[in-house]
Write a protein that binds this ligand. Structure first.
Ligand code: G16
Length: 558
């Protein structure tokens, strides 16, 4: 590194001292904390993004968001050239960078890491970082800090995409690295045209087989604004938007949105007795999660949640059906058997895993965080992953896509009503619709809607695929959540010693009982999950485990 680069880094970093007494960690989905203490972290993440761009010789993404967290939090996620999450191999460097106590140690870290990774700071490569942010008020100044970090590496530029959803930013990075323009308009055009294509292939053609009205809770975040733009380009779907974030009292994620709805299982603000029985969906704060719900009766504020597990089941059923339409016995299609696999986490409702296995599918569990699920899904020709909280997508391998393209050509002259031809065209359209970079509430929503029309199903038919086991999630505040070590896709605790045996003993008291605890990677809490044969039993098991967490790790425990 030459002197010019060194002095640029030293000068810029001295403007962003780290707050005292805080330890930052590149958690489940990037750095996340109270926005007031994040400037230095975002500045340093800008340096990291520029270095990653130099290393990969590709465009990198940087999204300023704290997604489902409260409005006063913020965060930053880095997108790799594929549009997926930053490679986990760089996470330790990200942590070290964020926690370097001063400019000199920061410079030393950068020098050592760049030597190890053969990154040369000679300004000859133009590192490009695509920047986006959600609607949080702190986003603008943090984006400025990100730009300062990027510009402190000679030859690096930040390209500001403004307010976008997290999946849009990931999609744009992927598209641009594939040589496409990758603008927001391109994103909307790709989604709307592939949606139209799937709808046109439906048995009834463009005629809707079920009510096409959907009520969407925008979580008072960026998803609301974007879904309005998307809706203008769609026909065949009638979306009514609530919680758009446009009103002064509309507070991001507060009493609204996918995280609230899925965890609390109560009617979100803006919905009520007039919505009984209707098809409703909730996005989260940065529109990377999607869940559906039904208000079952005007007499209760409880909802029936149709969560990520049910979306996964619907998608798996649909894809499996298309594969079997193509795979007619004795035909040439038998020569290649694409491998379809599904990926879940420990939060997946036991009934969903049972259902998927009954369908004959390979089900794998990974730790929480799309970065884990996404990577595992890449092992399949078609990998479908979803977290119960609504974060997921369908990945198609290059091999499978080129096989589909060949089939499309072969079947070009087949009659329009050829079922094989339709199945091939459907799956190709799905691969264009569903975000290949990351879970995306908007593209997921369009696919759910298209499949419901294809099957002629109401939300009630869909919800009846299987019955969820009653479950409960709780948060426990502890002294130090980094003291927890888990194993086996977070289903067991290794440390603190003794707590797992105590959890096992509690769980054994309940019929169909299952329970686990894990440290959150996005909030300073421990999460507890329990399921059992009745809601009272699930609540009681969750409370018992929460008490154990408090006993072993709680604030009062010394
Ligand atoms: C992020 C991750 C998700 C994860 C969620 C909760 O979602 O992208 O994969 O499930 O955090 O993580 P934790 O339980 O560790 O707090 P989002 O939508 O907040 O970005």
């Amino acid at each position: 590194m030459d002197d010019k680069q060194k002095s640029l880094l030293l000068k810029a970093s001295s403007q962003f001292p780290i707050p005292p007494g805080v330890k930052f960690s590149y958690g489940t989905a990037g750095f996340r904390a109270d926005a007031l203490i994040l400037e230095s972290t975002v500045f340093r993440a800008g340096i990291l993004a520029a270095m990653r761009s130099m290393k990969t010789r590709s465009m990198i993404g940087m999204m300023i968001t704290a997604s489902h967290n409260k409005i006063s939090d913020n965060g930053v996620k880095i997108a790799d050239p594929s549009g997926g999450m930053l490679t986990q191999q760089w996470e330790p460097f990200a942590d070290a960078l964020a926690n370097a106590p001063d400019s000199d140690s920061l410079l030393r870290l950068i020098t050592d890491f760049s030597k190890k990774e053969n990154i040369v700071f000679d300004g000859t490569f133009r590192a490009e970082i695509l920047l986006g942010r959600d609607t949080r008020p702190s986003g603008e100044s943090l984006l400025e800090a990100a730009k300062q970090g990027i510009h402190s590496i000679v030859g690096s530029v930040g390209i500001d995409m403004g307010v976008v959803t997290t999946p849009q930013l990931h999609w744009m990075v992927r598209a641009r690295n594939k040589g496409m323009k990758g603008s927001e308009l391109d994103y909307f055009e790709q989604l709307s045209s592939s949606f139209r294509c799937i709808m046109d292939l439906n048995p009834g053609g463009s005629v809707n087989s079920v009510d096409n009205k959907l009520i969407v809770d925008g979580s008072n975040g960026v998803g609301g604004e974007k879904i309005e733009s998307l809706t203008k380009m769609l026909d065949g779907l009638n979306i009514e938007l609530r919680n758009s974030g446009a009103g002064v009292m509309d507070i991001l994620n507060e009493g609204v949105g996918a995280d609230f709805v899925q965890k609390e299982k109560v009617v979100p603000d803006g919905f009520g007795s007039n919505d009984v029985g209707k098809r409703c969906a909730s996005l989260d704060g940065d529109a990377d999660r999607l869940v559906y719900f039904i208000v079952p009766s005007a007499d209760t504020n409880k909802i029936d949640i149709v969560d990520g597990d049910k979306i996964l089941s619907l998608f798996a059923l649909f894809v499996k059906e298309q594969l079997s339409i193509m795979n007619i016995k004795g035909s040439e299609y038998n020569s290649y058997q694409p491998c379809l696999g599904v990926v879940q986490t420990a939060y997946a409702n036991g009934a969903s895993t049972h259902y998927l296995k009954e369908l004959g599918l390979a089900v794998t569990l990974t730790p929480t965080g799309v970065k884990h699920l996404h990577r595992k899904s890449e092992d399949y020709d078609i990998g479908i992953y979803f977290e119960a909280n609504g974060h997921g997508t369908i990945l198609f391998s290059e091999k499978f896509l080129s096989w589909l393209e060949d089939k499309r050509e072969e079947l070009a002259s087949a009659p329009e009503d050829s079922q094989q031809k339709k199945a091939v065209l459907r799956l190709l359209a799905v691969s264009n619709l569903i975000n290949q970079a990351v879970g995306d509430a908007l593209s997921g929503l369009l696919l759910v809607e298209a499949i419901l029309q294809y099957k002629g199903w109401s939300i009630h038919d869909w919800n009846a695929l299987y019955q969820d086991l009653p479950s409960r999630q709780l948060k426990v505040i502890v002294k130090d959540r980094t003291a927890i070590i888990t194993t086996n896709a977070e289903t067991e605790v290794l440390s603190p010693m003794g707590i797992q045996e105590a959890i096992n003993a509690e769980t054994a008291k309940y019929l169909q009982g299952r329970s686990f605890m894990r440290p959150s990677g996005t909030e300073d809490v421990v999460r507890v999950y329990a399921e059992a044969s009745t809601q009272d039993a699930a609540d009681s098991l969750a409370n018992s485990v929460a008490k154990l967490v408090d006993k072993y790790l709680g604030i009062s425990n010394s």
